[in-house]
Design a protein around this ligand. Structure first.
Ligand code: GAR
Length: 192
């Protein structure tokens, strides 16, 4: 049995997909951590029965980052999954959990790193749209790519359809990749 912690800032649809998938395994999603006190992800956590914790960045970034490091050190998960967590993790956290932090991003990295990736991909006229699952390093959406999944732009006819298609790809692949990593002792922090 391995333990996972998810960090999310907003709606939490990926968090929910991960939580539901992990429930079908012998692994445990031990907590949702959010930086947003009114994140919809918290409501999802309550309805699924996952403990949640707010790390409040309103009191200052360095205090929040220290609190986050303390929290993660105490929880001591085997894996950490960022799922729409809109804060950059500082080097002490990335170093402490090296190779055990995963992220999902709604574009084919290295294209369209950062915010509003779906809209920017769509507006660019790129011939393919998709998602990237990658390891987290100290940059913004820059870590080593684990998997990418895509579809042709002409398969969808609006930005809204592209968003729906991208979220469906995320909800299908990210929980699977995380559960596969939880299954492999060599990919988990506790094995390092
Ligand atoms: C997802 O599309 C995820 O890929 C994106 O935020 C969204 C969160 O949605 N992440 C990034 O853009 C990271 N750079 P959710 O809260 O419904 O899971």
């Amino acid at each position: 049995m391995a333990e996972l912690v998810v960090l999310a800032s907003g709606s939490g649809s990926n968090f929910e997909a991960i939580a539901r998938r992990v429930r079908t395994t012998h692994h445990r999603l031990t907590a949702l951590i959010t930086n947003t006190p009114d994140a919809y992800a918290i409501r999802r956590a309550e309805s699924i029965g996952v403990p949640w914790i707010v790390v409040d960045y309103a009191s200052g970034r360095s205090a929040a980052e220290a609190q986050l490091l303390d929290l993660l050190t105490t929880l001591d998960p085997d894996l950490i999954a960022l799922a729409g967590f809109m804060k950059v993790l500082p080097p002490p956290i990335v170093d402490a959990f090296a190779s055990a932090i995963y992220n999902i991003h709604p574009s084919l990295l290295p294209d369209f790193a950062g915010l509003n990736a779906i809209e920017r991909s769509w507006n660019s006229g790129a011939s393919r749209l998709g998602i990237t699952i990658h390891y987290v390093d100290a940059g913004i959406d820059t870590g080593t790519v684990i998997e990418q999944h895509s579809f042709a732009r002409e398969e969808v006819s609006s930005l809204e359809e592209a968003e729906a298609r991208i979220h469906a790809l995320e909800h299908s692949h990210y929980p699977r990749v995380l559960c596969e990593a939880l299954d492999r002792p060599g990919d988990r922090r506790s094995a390092m």
